[in-house]
Ligand binder design. Structure first.
Ligand SMILES: C[S@@+](CC[C@H](N)C(=O)[O-])C[C@H]1O[C@@H](n2cnc3c(N)ncnc32)[C@H](O)[C@@H]1O
Length: 308
């Protein structure tokens, strides 16, 4: 496995995370360890970085890369949505900061055997964690037509969701990504197929999000992440599409202003107190040189909040 991609918004993460020697930081999406490397340089000596990833291949790679930091680096195979129990297992009750760089990595997409890409023919898989039983095969071959249509619409924002769902159901069993691409192409009228991105892009994104329960993990991970931050600690989240960014934006807003009293109530009676301050009113995006050398950075949005 080769992590060729540069970590997105690297300088911005290091500056906004605002970490210092001795800090305990969680990188919930360790990947190739690019952000983690920079963080470890800032928090050592004395600090600890807990790197979490669902994918054992990514963990294997980054554990080697970060071995020079010795005991300051702890790697955990798991889901960042379990941050509370992961910290409990390490006897750590609170942390100084957390980073999430959501989604899949380039090596995951580029590995022809993992079924993430519509460019390579492979078994329908798309699991970030290969120990998980549920895979893209199950979504494609067992979901009802209406369930398929819903996930393609909601997670892929695919306007041909209903037709693609019908074609999938009519052509089962579908065993490989190559077969699925052909079914999607047949479902989308030729005129529509000629415009825009690859016709299978949105369907593949939707199935991947469903297989890995990505939006649920994000919602839970954000809430638990905010809870375990120390006062003054920061949570930095990079997302890559509007569904994820909306979840981050809403969660931050709800934690900054949780009051549910009616607008005309003279004083707050619900008793819900703000837990965070939003640091980035507008999300930060990649600029200039980074966009030239890293096309993946184009859709990245970084939002940061600080625990009160
Ligand atoms: C974009 S990459 C992260 C790259 C990393 N920031 C770097 O600097 O190399 C995303 C990684 O997060 C992992 N991942 C995605 N969702 C996860 C989750 N809910 N829990 C743990 N890891 C997750 C993926 O397996 C992938 O390796």
């Amino acid at each position: 496995m080769k992590f060729s991609h540069r970590p997105v918004l690297y300088k911005e993460i290091l500056s906004l995370l605002d970490c210092k020697p001795g800090d305990i930081i969680v990188d919930g999406t360790l990947g190739g360890g690019g952000h983690a490397y920079g963080i470890l340089e800032k928090i050592t000596p004395g600090g600890i970085l807990i790197g979490i990833d669902r994918d054992p291949e990514a963990l294997g790679y980054s554990t080697k890369r970060l071995s020079k930091f010795g005991d300051s680096f702890i790697s955990i195979q798991g889901n960042f949505s379990n941050i509370d129990s992961i910290l409990e297992g390490l006897n750590i009750s609170s942390i100084d900061g957390m980073v999430l760089d959501i989604g899949i990595s380039s090596p995951q997409v580029d590995n022809p055997n993992r079924g993430f890409s519509y460019m390579h023919n492979a078994p329908l898989d798309m699991r970030m964690n290969p120990d998980q039983e549920f895979s893209a095969y199950d979504v494609v071959n067992t979901y009802s037509r209406s369930e398929l249509s819903r996930i393609l619409w909601e997670y892929g924002e695919e306007r041909w969701s209903s037709r693609i769902a019908k074609f999938i159901v009519d052509n089962r069993p579908i065993e490989t990504t190559g077969e699925l691409v052909e079914v999607i192409k047949a479902a989308i009228p030729a005129g529509a197929r000629r415009k825009g991105p690859h016709p299978a892009k949105r369907t593949f994104q939707a199935i991947r999000i469903e297989v890995n329960r990505e939006l649920e993990s994000l919602k839970i991970g954000l809430e638990k992440g905010i809870e375990v931050l120390k006062s003054g600690g920061r949570l930095c989240v990079i997302s890559f599409h509007s569904l994820e960014d909306t979840i981050v934006k809403r969660t931050f807003k709800n934690y900054e202003n949780p009051c549910i009293c009616p607008n005309d109530a003279p004083i707050c009676i619900c008793g819900r107190k703000p837990k965070i301050k939003i640091i980035t009113r507008k999300p930060l995006t990649a600029k200039g040189e980074e966009l030239k050398i890293n096309p993946r950075a184009r859709s990245a949005k970084l939002r940061v909040c600080q625990k009160l």
